[in-house]
Design a protein around this ligand. Structure first.
Ligand SMILES: NC(=O)c1ccc[n+]([C@@H]2O[C@H](COP(=O)([O-])OP(=O)(O)OC[C@H]3O[C@@H](n4cnc5c(N)ncnc54)[C@H](OP(=O)(O)O)[C@@H]3O)[C@@H](O)[C@H]2O)c1
Length: 288
């Protein structure tokens, strides 16, 4: 197993799940025991995959910031699409399974509760890049396109929604949350565990690796407050249109987890249980 992008939210959890069975790469922030790799260097990327010849290549490196993709399409495309192409070529040549992470933003947000076979119709640059990433992954004979949404969990950079919310509210500050956006909250620990099972079972194709509930961001924020004992009053709901965002957001989104439940025999933990686990881990190992 080769995990590319092992310092990121998803990459770090996947690397932890596979532990000693994985060779891990990092880019900027060093990860102990890992190898430095800039996937913009296509030759080095292909050479590394050829040398390691892993059974599975997990591509968790990307620019996932939707606003940056909209504002800097050329630069982000080099990473999210062109660099991914080199990884896919390497995986094909090494006959590896290629795992990539995509998003509900490949959909236009007119239907809601999207299933794997719904047609992709992105309405922003991030979504277009993800749709192209999916197409590239599908050129690899053995591939797994994992679409996910609203991933949360502990991470060194603390940039995911839950970490940012906790930081603001614990400092007694307000936190603005889009009132009209749906997400399918997915706990990074569960996502990594589910991926390990999918890989072990030889699952291929496209699958939504998400938690069991599609919820409004504001409702999820309220659940975070309840589980972590924080004041809900500091959550400030705001219409997406009033937030001055560059990228249009699909409205009625959400990913159905039916295929995942079929393969795993159960759904991932619901948001409240997942957040309770996150809180328990913080109590067990306080994050100063
Ligand atoms: N988080 C979500 O809710 C979510 C939802 C749907 C899909 N996804 C997708 O899941 C994947 C992982 O997302 P994430 O949230 O884990 O992102 P993340 O935490 O930002 O991690 C991305 C990683 O990519 C690395 N990276 C950036 N440029 C690189 C380069 N040139 N060469 C090698 N590595 C590079 C970063 O390293 P440096 O910081 O050191 O540069 C970082 O560790 C992405 O494809 C994202 O679009 C995420």
């Amino acid at each position: 197993m080769l995990v590319i992008g092992g310092a990121g939210l998803i990459g770090a959890h996947v690397a932890a799940e596979f532990a000693s069975r994985a060779l891990v790469t990092y880019h900027g922030a060093p990860v102990e025991g890992a190898t430095q790799l800039d996937i913009l260097d296509a030759d080095r990327t292909r050479a590394l995959i050829r040398r390691v010849a892993p059974g599975t290549v997990v591509l968790a490196a990307a620019e996932p910031w939707v606003e940056r993709c909209e504002r800097e399409p050329a630069a982000t495309r080099r990473l999210n699409v062109e660099a991914a192409r080199a990884v896919a070529e390497g995986a094909s040549a090494a006959r590896s399974l290629l795992v990539v992470f995509s998003s509900e933003y490949v959909f236009d947000g007119t239907k809601g509760r999207y299933v794997e076979d719904d047609p992709a119709r992105p309405i922003n640059e991030y979504g277009r890049q993800k749709a192209e990433l999916e197409a590239i992954a599908r050129t690899v004979p053995r591939h797994l396109v994992c679409r996910t949404s609203g991933v949360f969990g502990w991470e060194p950079e603390r940039k995911n929604f839950v970490c940012r919310l906790l930081e603001r509210l614990r400092a007694g500050r307000e936190f603005v949350v889009p009132a009209d956006q749906l997400i399918t909250p997915t706990y990074a620990v569960d996502l990594a565990r589910a991926l390990a099972t999918l890989v072990a079972r030889g699952t291929t194709g496209t699958i939504h690796v998400v938690g069991p509930r599609i919820v409004r961001r504001t409702a999820f924020a309220a659940t975070v407050c309840r589980v972590f004992g924080l004041p809900r009053e500091l959550i400030v709901p705001r219409a997406t249109d009033e937030m001055g965002l560059a990228a249009p957001r699909p409205r009625d989104t959400g990913l159905a987890d039916d295929r995942l439940r079929g393969v795993l025999g159960a759904s991932l933990a619901d948001p409240a249980s997942a957040l309770a686990d996150m809180r328990a881990r913080e109590v067990a190992a306080p994050r100063g």
